[in-house]
Ligand binder design. Sequence first.
Ligand SMILES: NC(=O)c1ccc[n+]([C@@H]2O[C@H](COP(=O)([O-])OP(=O)(O)OC[C@H]3O[C@@H](n4cnc5c(N)ncnc54)[C@H](OP(=O)(O)O)[C@@H]3O)[C@@H](O)[C@H]2O)c1
Length: 282
Amino acid sequence: MTDHARELTLVLGGTGKTGRRVVARLTAQGEPVRIGSRSGGVPFDWADPGTWAPALDGAKAAYVSYYPDLAAPGAPEAIGSFAEMAVNSGTRRLVLLSGRGEEEAVASERALTGSGADWTVLRCSWFSQNFSESYLLEPVVSGHVALPAGPVGEPFVDADDIADVAAAVLTQAGHSGQVYELTGPRLLTFADAVAEIAAATGRPIGYTPVPAADYARALAAEGVPAEVIELLTYLFTTVLDGRNAHLRDGIQQILNRPARDFADFARDAAAADVWNPLTVHA
Ligand SMILES: NC(=O)c1ccc[n+]([C@@H]2O[C@H](COP(=O)([O-])OP(=O)(O)OC[C@H]3O[C@@H](n4cnc5c(N)ncnc54)[C@H](OP(=O)(O)O)[C@@H]3O)[C@@H](O)[C@H]2O)c1
């Protein structure tokens, strides 16, 4: 494969919260894109390295969103092996979606940046869309959220902002070798975030901080797998201990505009009816 023939950008997690938004932006700019996921036209599975080379074929760049989480066991090894394969096969431009304040995520970042890739790291706070497109959707719709999260502030970041940044750094020069921290513009506790959603929907939605052990027991009773429970408990306890309770200006720096506020996210998601119990449970 000559460099001239390399046109594609491989978007891992290309049907997920950030990836599908990255795909939309690159496609709108006329950039050829390949979705890298188990359901992609050329399937990509983190658990099956045999799927990686076909997904990389013809790619000049890749947006690397790991699944399930960079804090999961085996993530640094998988990211390192993938980056090495990418570089060796000619896909040198790699943009990694990472998390803030996670030792394990830093290990994954090192595995990628040490591969010889032309890299950029996007270190993100918790996504606002966890409340509308992920594991917090169901509790919000049910009208009550109980989490092992107390008075600690988190600068929830909008997946649309992350995708705008990812599309910019994938298509513009000047971002190689940079670690950008992407946060929202305001610190909110989980209780604050749920209150913003309640205000946007016009429905009462309660919030109760619970001990981590009670949360783990409740998830187990719902049949959530043990490794997912361990991961969520780790994120809510170890990572949400105040270490990330500060804002960063990565979004302003790259996009030359402020980060999107959680209230705007809540207003738009409510308008799209994502938290309507009648339509969601229909
Ligand atoms: N959520 C947050 O608040 C947050 C914050 C900071 C950093 N992060 C990081 O962001 C990354 C993505 O997390 P997310 O919550 O946003 O998930 P997500 O991208 O919404 O996850 C779903 C995507 O992963 C794909 N996928 C699932 N299993 C896969 C597998 N075995 N192999 C390949 N692709 C697979 C899915 O497609 P298919 O089902 O078609 O495979 C889908 O495209 C994680 O590494 C996490 O550490 C998340």
